[in-house]
Design a binder for this molecule. Structure first.
Ligand SMILES: C[S@@+](CC[C@H](N)C(=O)[O-])C[C@H]1O[C@@H](n2cnc3c(N)ncnc32)[C@H](O)[C@@H]1O
Length: 189
């Protein structure tokens, strides 16, 4: 079946796959970074005890808040993740879907250290990024995107976490023969 990347059925398949890759969220305090308009917020909210959902574009945050007003366990925050200050050991799971590709190498390293500090021992970090065979930088209209190699992210996550699992987003492989949508799941020791 041919599906467009923005079709509702493809989005549902991709979102269900992403959620299936996460550890059990029940009774967990979860942080969603770079949540955009909240494509994944309701999935996370319905599984977690509490969710904080963060993006730095205020109209995305407002749409997310409006569309998911029925999700009573969510706090929406408009903030740059690089300026976020949270209590040490206050989270069980940190999740993001497409964020590091918008950060410089130095920012990404700072963020990893912060996430490691925020997570409780045994807590999880899950992220998904668009990757490339060799690291390459591209210019979108008014910002840069870095498509890093898988080994860049392997190295990054293993500086702070035990690597539990990594792999491709199968929906992209099946529908678009794209093996470069990749995820990592790490656990804090
Ligand atoms: C491709 S979108 C992904 C949105 C959402 N995770 C999803 O899967 O639909 C990337 C998001 O990252 C957010 N973002 C990028 N850099 C950020 C930063 N430094 N702080 C907060 N949000 C950021 C953008 O505003 C945008 O909503």
């Amino acid at each position: 079946m041919y599906l467009r990347k923005n079709s509702a059925s493809f989005a549902e398949e991709e979102q269900n796959e992403l959620i299936s890759l996460l550890p059990d969220l029940s009774q967990k305090t979860v942080l969603e970074l770079a949540s955009g308009i909240g494509r994944l917020t309701r999935h996370l909210s319905s599984r977690a005890r509490h969710l904080t959902s963060i993006d730095f574009i205020s109209h995305f945050v407002e749409k997310n808040r409006r569309d998911h007003a029925a999700c009573l366990n969510v706090d929406w925050v408009c903030a740059d993740v690089m300026h976020l200050e949270l209590e040490k050991h206050s989270l069980d799971v940190v999740f993001f879907n497409w964020l590091l590709m918008y950060l410089e190498d130095s920012e990404m390293k700072v963020l990893m250290q912060k996430i490691s500090d925020w997570l409780r021992p045994g807590g999880y970090l899950f992220f998904r990024e668009s990757c490339a065979l060799k690291t390459a930088r591209g210019k979108k209209s008014d910002y840069y995107v870095t498509y890093r190699s898988l080994s860049d992210y392997d190295k990054l996550i293993q500086e702070h976490f035990v690597l539990i699992r990594e792999g491709h987003i199968q929906a992209y492989v099946n529908h678009f023969a794209d093996p470069f949508q990749c995820f990592w799941l790490g656990q804090k020791g």
